[in-house]
Design a binder for this molecule. Structure first.
Ligand code: HEC
Length: 227
């Protein structure tokens, strides 16, 4: 009994000597094998592997599933080019527009306002300044330009590329064009759709397989949930 008491006292004394914790330095690591695995780590660096990592790099030019290359640069020239020539590949339908409206309400309306006049709640509370009205003639907002800023953001506006997929971005862009038309007192997208789809070459040629993308996103979420 006495002996074990002595041992305890000795241990406490020993630990109180070494356990002075200093915030500026990493703490002592007792039994480092508990933390540092003996096996190779996927992203660890080792000479024995080709690219110094156990994980292989994807072959050059590979494209992740469900991701489409976007050819315009994140520059003013890129934006101007996208405004001028990037075209919406989806069909102008009520469904697409109402999907776009729902997403717009989630992601954009706080700043741009439900009507797209730049009077969202964050603008009214002056949390963000310089939010334009979509009808601002100086900006000449087009479908391709909207998609472009959704991809990359623009100054104070962030990118929405990680929250939305390609199809959703075009759907939002349609709704924004509708808002612009309404602000300018012009006919809505559906009303002019007859004119738009007459130029059907580009609509049919590159229609996105949006449903495939959506199911993929959905299955990913359910995977995450089960983990
Ligand atoms: C945090 C506030 C905020 C949110 C949220 C926001 N924007 Fe913006 N947006 C801005 C600001 C600020 C600008 C002006 C940027 C500039 O020109 O410097 C802008 C500019 C724009 C423009 C004009 C681009 C041009 O060609 O000049 C478009 C179109 C646009 N936003 C669409 C959207 C869409 C679509 C969403 C939702 C996916 C969205 N914004 C969400 C703040 C926001």
């Amino acid at each position: 009994m006495k002996k074990s008491l002595n041992i305890t006292i000795a241990l406490v004394a020993a630990f109180s000597l070494v356990s002075c914790f200093n915030n500026n330095k990493p703490n002592y690591q007792f039994m480092p094998n508990m933390y540092e695995p003996v096996g190779y780590e996927t992203y660890g660096e080792y000479d024995v592997f080709e690219n110094e990592q156990e994980a292989k790099l994807p072959a050059e030019g590979s494209i992740p599933r469900g991701w489409q290359p976007y050819e315009y640069d994140d520059t003013t020239e890129g934006l101007n080019l996208a405004k001028a020539e990037s075209k919406n590949p989806l069909e102008i339908t009520e469904d697409n527009i109402s999907e776009g409206e729902a997403l717009y309400t989630i992601y954009c309306a706080v700043c741009h306002g439900d009507k797209g006049d730049g009077q969202g709640i964050l603008a009214q509370r002056e949390k963000f300044l310089g939010i334009p009205s979509y009808a601002d003639p100086g900006r000449d907002i087009t479908m391709g330009g909207i998609y472009h800023v959704e991809m990359y953001g623009l100054n104070a506006m962030g990118s929405y590329a990680s929250q939305t997929n390609e199809k959703e971005r075009w759907q939002i862009a349609m709704h924004v064009m509708n808002l612009k038309a309404a602000l300018n007192g012009e006919p809505s997208l559906l009303e002019t759709a007859g004119v738009k789809t007459a130029d059907s070459s580009n609509v049919e040629a590159s229609t996105i397989e949006g449903d495939e993308m959506n199911t993929e996103a959905a299955s990913q979420t359910s995977e995450n949930e089960t983990n």
